[in-house]
Design a protein around this ligand. Structure first.
Ligand SMILES: [Mg+2]
Length: 224
């Protein structure tokens, strides 16, 4: 039985890299076109430094500017502030998000989102993708003071949805935060890599794996 399907947000429902890339093309190509000479190289270097969201964005801007010999703290603050105010405008979800969520509803299961990140940034992504309306509950790490893979955040999500952890399926791109995290509390897991790589030394495996959200419904039927 599947009582609830829980999702990670970044790179699972929210096409984070693609959205960030589109924002940067606007920011550094149109709003601040005179700082960097080669937009394409700058955007890919930004994404490299960002490391799938592991590095704070102000540090990424600082490093990027340092690489062209500009140690301009005011400009770092300006670019970072512009990012914080505007990045959400470029937010897009992966293909098939609403179909996948509707199919979960048809199964009679609840929908939750559990995301690591800053409240104001994650909330804007949720709102921009209309996910606040489509999900029954969302849990943002900063707001609750817990981060995946801490078992407590998975228990909290299940509790808020009024379901048992063993009746939940968790879908995410991160092998450690999402799959190991959800598995250790007894949830079933589906890995949706979106470019993530499974670490060689990780012996745990997800119960299932999908390459697009259109495969989700079939994967859930097998796990049910
Ligand atoms: Mg993620």
């Amino acid at each position: 039985m599947i009582a609830a399907v829980l999702f990670d947000l970044d790179e699972t429902l929210f096409a984070r890299t693609l959205s960030l890339q589109r924002f940067l093309e606007d920011q550094l190509g149109k709003q601040y076109p005179d700082i960097f000479s080669n937009l394409e190289n700058t955007v890919s270097r930004f994404l490299e430094l960002d490391n799938r969201g592991m590095k704070p964005k102000d540090e990424v801007y600082q490093a990027l500017l340092a690489e062209i010999g500009r140690n301009d703290q005011e400009l770092v603050v300006e670019l970072f502030d512009h990012y914080e105010r505007n990045a959400w405008r470029f937010a897009s979800g992966f293909d098939g998000v609403s179909d996948a969520l509707n199919e979960i509803r048809e199964l009679g299961a609840k929908i939750g989102i559990v995301t690591n990140g800053q409240t104001h940034i994650q909330l804007r992504s949720l709102l921009a993708l209309n996910l606040d309306r489509m999900a029954d509950e969302y849990v943002i790490s900063e707001a609750v003071g817990l981060r995946k893979p801490d078992p407590k955040i998975f228990h909290l999500a299940a509790e808020r949805l009024s379901v048992r952890v063993e009746d939940c399926v968790f879908i995410g791109d991160s092998p450690t935060a999402d799959i190991v995290g959800a598995k250790q509390v007894g949830m079933k897991t589906i890995w949706f890599p979106n470019g993530a790589v499974w670490p060689h030394d990780l012996s745990v495996r997800a119960d299932s794996e999908i390459r697009s959200l259109s495969e989700l419904s079939a994967a859930l039927h097998i796990l049910a």
